[in-house]
Design a binder for this molecule. Structure first.
Ligand SMILES: [Zn+2]
Length: 222
């Protein structure tokens, strides 16, 4: 049964893109019915004010905003919550790409491209190179941006760069069981950890087959 049942249908208002299907799009049972989700289900709500420590309340601020925010009733601080960036690479060596077998949850034991959350103080490209080093111990020369993938259901934007491998020897970190090169027909497509990675790999090989370069793929995963 849809967890959104009982919340009732609603009308999508301009600028209120946080109205989502009652089933969060997971089952498709609520196609066409939209409910107001004031708190993203994928992130722990803010409980206390970062400024003064008071318990916050979720409400639409009085400044013309249209979304509910965690507002401090004591000092008035508004806590904005926005999507996170995930950055990574498609490391290639001849006709093969490098995949990492995950040693962490979620999707332990599944294959992924080296990627992770961008850190404060680094550029997106620096983050992609750092993750490639941390997860695969791979020496790379960063190339062009290949894909930008929006995943609104979990509040994330993923960016993948092409990366030419400078060596086929790897030194995976603790988050990786194994780092290995795969030709297209060797890729364990049913064992890919995330749809973002699956779609990025499909873009990469489609470009190769078409003899295309320099195209940035923009993908929405809903
Ligand atoms: Zn406060």
């Amino acid at each position: 049964m849809c967890p959104g049942a009982g919340r009732g249908p609603a009308v999508l208002q301009p600028r209120q893109s946080h109205w989502i299907p009652a089933c969060a799009g997971m089952t498709g049972c609520c196609a066409g019915i939209l409910v107001h989700v004031s708190l993203p289900p994928f992130r722990t709500p803010v409980k206390h004010c970062r400024n003064c420590g008071a318990t916050v309340v979720y409400r639409i601020p009085d400044d013309g905003d249209t979304r509910e925010r965690a507002v401090c009733p004591e000092c008035g601080t508004i806590h904005y919550e926005n999507p996170l960036n995930v950055v990574g690479t498609v490391p290639w060596w001849g006709d093969k790409v490098l995949l990492c077998k995950r040693n962490i949850e979620p999707r332990w034991g599944k294959w992924t491209l080296p990627a992770g959350f961008m850190e404060l103080g680094e550029t997106a490209a620096q983050g992609a190179m750092r993750e490639t080093d941390e997860e695969a111990g791979a020496k790379i020369e960063l190339g062009a941006l290949l894909a930008i993938l929006s995943v609104p259901r979990v509040g994330q934007v993923h960016m993948y760069w092409l990366a030419k491998l400078l060596s086929d020897e790897f030194a995976p970190g603790t988050e990786t069981i194994e780092a290995r090169l795969f030709a297209e027909d060797e890729i364990p497509w049913d064992e890919i950890a995330f749809k973002t990675v699956y779609e990025t790999l499909k873009c990469y090989f489609a470009d190769r087959h078409a003899g295309r370069a320099g195209l940035v793929h923009t993908i929405d995963i809903t």
